[in-house]
Write a protein that binds this ligand. Structure first.
Ligand code: UDP
Length: 242
């Protein structure tokens, strides 16, 4: 199957139509952005690493009965996915306080949350992806009440599966962002990517607050060794492969 015309260019991925209307092709880029694209750069090799990590994690989730858009990878940086209409909601799940949760609440970095926190953000660059309340989300008709329940329960299930998986790689899953889409049968399925660009991952081999970071915070905070950290995540995942 060949890629035809580009449908959409995002910050980290390109999306193409294919000759099958039920199938799209995602090409992962080396481009990196942070702080609503105010910081830009390239992480050499990131496209291929994130494509492989995402593909592996989608398969882990599928094996646990969680539907995803993943089909297969025709090349190192390309993923064939089921065509879905993406809901304009970023679903963030947090296990440990970091990032905007610390900034907005004053909770100390690294505080283990008593239970996973699920948050919804409006996927809208012009508005700076604001945090939504449940009522605002429904008021704006970004999802139906049923879809919202579904997002919440899927996010928690995905979190548990990913916590266990990363634990077996010696990695702590601090938080992550998910996007969901609706397919032609009105099923809500997991879409986008799951990678060090969209997760906070801490290496359990060290307590050093800078050294432990294996994710995009290395880029956001100029900690260096960004590609090496992403590669390390991939190696741990591969080492875990049965
Ligand atoms: N995240 C993401 N894309 C976004 C915003 C957040 O992938 O547009 C991820 C981020 O990498 C982290 C989690 O969601 O794993 C929570 O991010 P947070 O709200 O703390 O925002 P940040 O600190 O990135 O501003």
């Amino acid at each position: 199957m060949s890629a035809l015309e580009p449908l959409y260019e995002g910050k980290a991925k390109l999306l193409y139509r294919t000759d099958d209307p039920e199938v799209l092709l995602t090409r992962f880029k080396d481009d990196a952005t942070a702080f609503n694209a105010q910081k830009r750069g390239q992480i050499v090799g990131k496209g291929a690493i994130n494509c492989e990590i995402s593909s592996y994690l989608f398969q882990v989730l599928e094996q646990s009965g969680i539907p995803t858009h993943f089909l297969d990878c025709p090349s190192a940086t390309e993923m064939r996915v089921r065509a879905v209409t993406i809901l304009p909601i970023e679903v963030v799940v947090r296990n440990i306080a970091a990032g905007s949760l610390c900034k907005q609440t004053g909770i100390a970095l690294g505080t283990v949350l008593p239970q996973p926190l699920v948050e919804f953000y409006y996927k809208n660059d012009a508005l700076g992806d604001p945090l939504l309340t449940r009522d605002r989300l429904l008021l704006m008709e970004l999802a139906t009440p049923e879809q919202l329940e579904m997002l919440q329960s899927q996010a928690l299930q995905i979190n548990q599966r990913l916590i266990d998986f990363f634990q077996s790689c010696g990695i702590t899953l601090v938080d992550f962002k998910l996007e969901f889409g609706v397919d032609s049968h009105q099923r809500v399925i997991l879409a986008d990517e799951i990678s060090p660009d969209t997760c906070r991952l801490w290496n359990q081999a060290t307590d050093d607050p800078n050294q432990r970071v294996m994710d995009k915070d290395r880029f956001r905070q100029d900690l260096g060794q960004v590609e090496a950290a992403y590669q390390q995540v991939l190696e741990r995942i591969k080492g875990n492969r049965v």
